[in-house]
Design a protein around this ligand. Structure first.
Ligand code: DAH
Length: 341
């Protein structure tokens, strides 16, 4: 029988149950139970025709009040549930700043060309050589003229030059440092000069910028056998004691006599392969006895002093030692390549 007490009882249990739910799923179920089409409030409304005319009006409006109240409270409850869910998620995601961090394994390291340069310089310094450097923007005079390469000399065609203006250029080799050092110092000298050089050249074995190391020795009675001894010592320290070395006659304007030095092929060990083009030998550097013209330029007495000089390419030596076939790999900043060496 519909009565004030029955309505109040349903309201009380509804409020009680609503208070205790915590999930959206329970909320949906509970809402259907009370406010749904087949819910308890609907049942109450259906019972209205069974009560007397006088009571029907007041009980009807009482049921509607409870319905409105519950509708408001249900919608508040849904907000509450959603909010607390959000708070819980944030809490779960909270970062524990006291945990130890992950180790970062990809730390920086020395570039292979710098490492090989240091390795080469170390070998020469163990033989008594000092290190000197010269400018990359060089005067025509030091790069060519003083090295016995006059204006019309065909040797200027050997190197395609980046000129800055009439008299200045990007040095095409490190040989000008020989002149600069001899100009300011007196023999005895044993010096190596590392640095960047520039040529108009670009393919798998040539780069417009690359690295050379020049070396020279000047003293009384320096002979070709000193040159052979020092370079053989260096090459065997760099490529391995067992490697054979050979000297071939060659030509450079700033040395007389001049030679090119070959090392037994690092790939086939002299048998002949694709890398050494079947010869069993790899050309690794140029050298010779310093031309007396250079001594006259810097004011040394050529009847007292003699010397030898050599020049090598750092990229070339690195490529041979580590079997790299494309020079551009050195400059691309590709970490997986750099990490391999
Ligand atoms: N400057 C030469 C070049 O860049 C390399 C060279 C050859 C340097 C013979 C020397 C030398 O000191 O004696 O090709």
């Amino acid at each position: 029988m519909l009565s004030w007490e029955v309505i109040e009882e349903i309201k009380k249990t509804a409020l009680n149950e609503l208070e205790n739910i915590t999930s959206e799923r329970d909320w949906v179920e509970l809402k259907a139970k009370y406010l749904g089409k087949k819910g308890k409030l609907q049942d109450l409304l259906k019972m209205l025709p069974t009560v007397s005319q006088e009571e029907r009006k007041s009980l009807g409006s009482q049921v509607n009040e409870v319905k409105d109240l519950l509708e408001n409270l249900f919608s508040d409850k849904l907000q509450e549930i959603k909010l607390s869910l959000k708070k819980q998620k944030i809490f779960e995601k909270k970062v524990d700043i006291t945990l130890p961090s992950k180790r970062y394994s990809r730390t920086g390291r020395v570039h292979p060309l710098n490492r090989v340069t240091s390795e080469i310089l170390d070998i020469f310094s163990s033989l008594g050589f000092e290190v000197e450097e010269g400018p990359e923007i060089e005067e025509d005079y030091y790069n060519f003229e003083a090295l016995n390469i006059p204006k019309e000399h065909p040797a200027r065609d050997m190197q395609d030059t980046f000129y800055i203006d009439e008299s200045r250029l990007l040095r095409t080799h490190t040989s000008p440092v020989q002149i600069r050092v001899m100009e300011k110092r007196q023999p005895p000298l044993m010096v190596v000069c590392p640095g960047k050089v520039y040529r108009r050249d670009s393919d798998v074995t040539h780069s417009p910028m690359f690295h050379q190391i020049e070396g020279f020795m000047v003293d009384k009675e320096v002979s070709f056998s000193h040159l052979k001894g020092v370079l053989t010592e260096f090459l065997q320290a760099f490529f391995g004691k067992e490697k054979n070395v050979r000297f071939r006659p060659s030509y450079f304007p700033f040395t007389e006599p001049s030679a090119e030095v070959d090392i037994e092929c690092v790939v086939c060990e002299g048998k002949g392969c694709r890398v050494c083009k079947g010869s069993g030998w790899l050309e690794v550097l140029g050298c010779g006895m310093i031309h007396p013209y250079l001594f006259s330029v810097v004011g040394y007495d050529k009847s007292v002093y003699s010397g030898f000089a050599f020049g090598l390419g750092v990229e070339r030596l690195t490529m041979l030692k580590y079997a790299i076939d494309d020079i551009r790999l050195f400059y691309e900043g590709n970490v997986s390549f750099l990490e391999q060496l």
